[in-house]
Design a protein around this ligand. Structure first.
Ligand code: FRU
Length: 707
């Protein structure tokens, strides 16, 4: 759609609503020509050539960027054999009975070559191409002059070069004029009243591409964003640090005619919305970003007296998009200060700034300066890349020699290997045959040599040593991927040899993913933070991090086992302490009078006696132990656990939306994102099946918000 004004139905909802009823507008209900939801294109549709195959596509094809904007599951996609394939797809004849023919269209902007035609008497009387994008956009033609004539839709792919494909969906006849989009709109804005541009966001709105350019026209911010045309759900601040007093240009690739999206962007020095500590849905001692989405923790490193927490971050929407490295720092692993994002997609990294790690280069082997912080990230448009910082991780520079490793993988975890005096990169690698963790080594952090591979792992690798029962002479190495299931073994600096092929879960919860451990901890502790996949609706943020846990290996009757416990620093949030006397348990779960689990650190000891199970209900979720199965369960999660002397010790960190359960001093770690069905309440109750069980001890600390 290379013309200034694009015709389109704009709000996708418009389509859905109109096909059900005609609405207040003039004319009759829409007539569906094709929605491509069936296994074939439909009766009378004819495909020629090799671009369209025998029926609709159900998504992107291999090597194609993600296609979006289609309705339902099926749509036309001529990328079947890549851009090289060509062909046509022609509809059966239909009579033109409405004023407009409307559709969703994407793919190449090659007029006459990757386009849709309206054929009347075999001649193309209307034609339209895509806009070099994989998002299908609403568009259409006024066909009122052709009413009563017979016509066909002909979709053509006559190009085998770049963007030589077309995508289409939802072709209808309608009496409602398609809404129009204005292309390439911009607005100058002066950063006088503050450092933030506040973007009005409507969750779920069709995304547009928004750019901010400086006075010289250079791109300084870029993002895909659900800009609200009218009323907005929330305002996403774009941090324009460094632009005080300057005029920038805010540009969008398209705007619905009449949209207030651009006009409603404002400049402010104040972060909008409720304060995090006052937000009724926000966790209070689990890290969440102030605005937007987060996923994997990245670049965990202790440097310059600070614990750095970088993370995959979309500051401008509540879903995965625009991957930045968000950044927060803490002096105590408990209270976090969010700083401006350390790396931005498209203006810092060439593509998205995907996951990775960070180290401190004390001896300046890389030549970026002594004590430079060096981050390793996956730049989706380059490969494994280096970014370095000379201000303790606040701002980074992208190394011009990138990429340092180029392969089919991502998520480099780099660490120092003291015995060999070299650096190690454990990085996820994938090709057609295998998914694995690859090991590379380096002396200078810039040149990397491939050493070995361990197969059967997926994303976000970790590899680190732990001393069994704290004895350095008995050190084992753990290797895990994003699912946190580890192998125990040995590592000689170049290859990891598992002692047994059996994997063990590092946690038994329902939300932890892509956990990473800190580099350069001052006291040698191995501290892990994971992404807690917990969804928070009705606020300005989404997802959280688990609390930092300290990992240890301990010998037990069942062999060497991994234990996880909240870092001791979290105890600094403990306030009022409540102690409750021993309580006998019976079949009806009984409330512990006066106990409140609203933001709490709950410590309980239960003894089974002759009971077959015991349970403790906290925040509406029941944690239960089944003696005959030897399993601990909560919200559909379940873990094997053997009790000694019939005693179960539980520590439960109860925050909004998340319960982290630690059983028997960390032998079982179960971080739980509370499912929607759970009605959180502040009571604590306990029960048992069978005789003789009791709640021996219950201590509840009120937790102070970390905000
Ligand atoms: C894991 C992951 C990583 C990738 C990142 C992108 O959750 O898919 O492999 O680097 O997220 O946000």
């Amino acid at each position: 759609m290379n013309h200034k004004l694009m015709l389109g139905a704009g709000a996708l909802l418009g389509f859905a609503a109109l096909s059900v009823c005609a609405g207040p507008q003039k004319g009759s209900a829409d007539l569906l020509i094709a929605d491509f939801e069936g296994p074939s294109y439909g009766d009378g549709w004819k495909a020629e050539g090799d671009a369209f195959g025998s029926g609709p596509a159900k998504g992107s094809f291999p090597k194609q960027r993600k296609v979006s904007g289609f309705l339902g599951k099926g749509f036309v996609n001529s990328y079947l054999n890549g851009d090289a394939s060509t062909g046509s797809l022609t509809s059966p004849e239909f009579k033109i009975e409405r004023d407009y023919v409307k559709f969703l269209i994407g793919g190449g902007a090659l007029e006459g070559r990757t386009c849709v035609n309206l054929l009347v008497d075999g001649a193309a009387v209307r034609s339209m191409a895509g806009a070099n994008g994989e998002e299908l956009m609403p568009a259409g033609w006024n066909v009122s002059d052709l009413k009563g004539r017979n016509a066909r839709i002909q979709i053509i792919d006559n190009s085998s070069g770049g963007w030589g494909h077309i995508t289409m969906d939802q072709i209808v006849q309608s009496d409602v004029k398609p809404e129009a989009f204005l292309e390439n709109q911009s607005r100058p804005m002066t950063m006088k009243e503050g450092r933030y541009l506040l973007l009005p966001i409507k969750n779920g709105a069709r995304k547009l591409r928004l750019c901010v350019k400086d006075q010289a026209g250079a791109l300084v911010r870029a993002m895909n964003v659900e800009l609200a045309d009218g009323d907005f759900d929330w305002q996403a601040p774009v941090d324009m640090e460094g632009f005080a007093g300057k005029t920038v240009s805010v540009c969008v690739d398209r705007l619905l005619e009449g949209s207030k999206g651009l006009a409603n962007i404002s400049v402010s020095n104040v972060l909008p919305g409720v304060l995090p500590a006052k937000d009724p849905v926000r966790p209070q001692f689990h890290f969440t970003s102030r605005f937007g989405w987060l996923n994997d923790p990245n670049g965990l490193v202790h440097s310059g007296g600070l614990w750095h927490l970088y993370y995959q971050h979309n500051p401008y929407g509540l879903e995965w998009e625009n991957m930045h490295w968000g950044h927060a720092v803490s002096k105590d692993l408990v209270h976090w200060t969010e700083l401006p994002a350390a790396m931005r997609p498209w203006t810092f990294a060439k593509g998205h700034a995907f996951s990775g790690s960070a180290v401190v280069d004390k001896e300046n082997v890389a030549g970026f300066g002594a004590n430079a912080m060096i981050a390793f990230l996956t730049d989706t448009a380059a490969g494994e890349a280096i970014a370095y910082s000379n201000d303790n991780g606040r701002t980074f520079k992208y190394w011009e020699g990138n990429p340092v490793v180029k392969h089919g993988g991502r998520d480099p975890k780099v660490f120092w290997f003291q015995p060999g005096r070299h650096w190690v990169m454990a990085v996820y690698d994938e090709d057609k045959e295998s998914k694995s963790i690859a090991i590379y080594t380096s002396k200078n952090l810039k040149e990397w040599t491939f050493q070995s591979k361990n197969e059967g792992f997926y994303e976000c690798p970790e590899l680190f040593p732990l001393a069994v029962d704290g004895k350095a002479s008995d050190t084992r190495w753990l290797m895990y991927g994003a699912d946190n299931q580890h192998l125990l073994g040995s590592f000689d600096g170049k290859s990891f040899s598992p002692a047994s092929p059996e994997r063990t879960k590092g946690n038994y919860g329902n939300c932890l993913y892509a956990a990473q451990t800190y580099n350069s901890t001052p006291d040698g502790r191995r501290i892990q933070i994971g992404w807690a996949r917990a969804s928070f609706k009705g606020s300005v943020f989404n997802q959280a991090m688990t609390v930092p846990v300290e990992l240890s290996l301990r010998k037990s009757a069942e062999g060497v086992k991994l234990f996880s416990n909240p870092v001791k620093e979290l105890e600094s949030l403990r306030r009022a302490r409540q102690e409750f006397p021993k309580m006998k348990l019976d079949s009806a779960s009984k409330a512990v009078q006066g106990a409140s689990a609203e933001l709490a650190d709950v410590l309980a000891e239960l003894s089974l006696g002759g009971a077959s199970s015991v349970s403790l209900k906290v925040s509406g979720a029941t944690v239960s132990y089944d003696a005959s199965a030897g399993r601990l369960s909560c919200c559909g999660c379940s873990a094997p656990l053997k009790l000694s002397g019939g005693k179960l010790n539980l520590r439960i960190l109860a925050d909004r939306g998340i319960l982290e359960i630690f059983a028997n001093d960390g032998e079982v770690y179960m971080p739980v994102a509370l499912p929607k069905e759970i009605q959180p309440d502040s009571s604590i109750s306990a029960g048992a099946s069978g005789e003789g069980a009791s709640l021996e001890r219950l201590t509840v600390f009120k937790m102070e918000p970390a905000w």
